[in-house]
Design a protein. Structure first.
Length: 215
């Protein structure tokens, strides 16, 4: 019987070629799978998480008006984050100026009253703050409320946390509070008051000192 060596060589060659082809196909599939995963991760990075802010801004200045068109407050902050999920806004190192909007609308035509409507009456500062959609401002860390009217009965409020209604300018605090007014200063553990009306009531462990002007 005569053997033909070239048939074995041909078969071996075919096997090698198929192995190469299958290897190339496997590499192509691996590359395709890797690219799909990369595209998926890129898409994931583009999808906003439910608890992430809708908007982020740095060195922001915002003026808010009342429904009657009067300036209600001016907010300046190093960083602002707005969340659409519940409509709140976070501020870093906020500085908030409150405006006196208590004048009657019938006097708006008078130029003097127009000037008063634009007048800032309080300056608020803190390390951070949270503003809810119903205009409640939660201040935290080194909170200071300072009157911009030198004749105000209430001049300064200092605490570590406070809540202020920006519509009514009501202020409350459950932390230790120190207040300064005309010829007096007080401290206590809790505070209820109103900045626009220049009143503040301290509760629990209240200490008050009066300055007596000598004639």
């Amino acid at each position: 019987m005569i053997s033909y060596p070239f048939k074995k060589e041909k078969t071996l060659f075919m096997n090698i070629r198929w192995n190469i082809i299958l290897g190339v196909i496997a590499l192509a599939l691996l590359g395709w799978y890797y690219s799909l995963n990369q595209d998926h991760s890129d898409l994931q990075s583009l999808i906003k998480k439910p608890d992430s802010p809708e908007y982020v801004g740095n060195k922001m200045e915002t003026t808010v008006f009342s429904p009657e068109g009067k300036k209600q407050y001016l907010a300046i902050s190093d960083k602002v984050e707005y969340y659409t999920q519940d409509g709140h806004t976070d501020f870093i190192s906020p500085l908030v100026y409150l405006f006196d909007v208590s004048l009657d609308n019938k006097d708006k035509e008078d130029k003097t009253d127009k000037i008063q409507l634009e007048k800032q009456n309080w300056k608020l500062s803190a390390k951070k703050a949270k503003l809810t959609k119903d205009q409640m401002l939660y201040l935290e860390g080194g909170v200071v409320a300072e009157s911009l009217n030198p004749l105000s009965r209430l001049q300064r409020v200092e605490t570590e946390a406070a809540v202020i209604n920006l519509k009514t300018q009501d202020i409350t605090s459950d932390k230790r509070v120190k207040i300064n007014g005309l010829n007096f200063n007080s401290s206590g553990l809790k505070l209820v008051g109103n900045l626009r009306q220049q009143v503040a009531t301290l509760k629990e462990q209240v200490k008050t000192y009066y300055e007596i002007n000598k004639q």
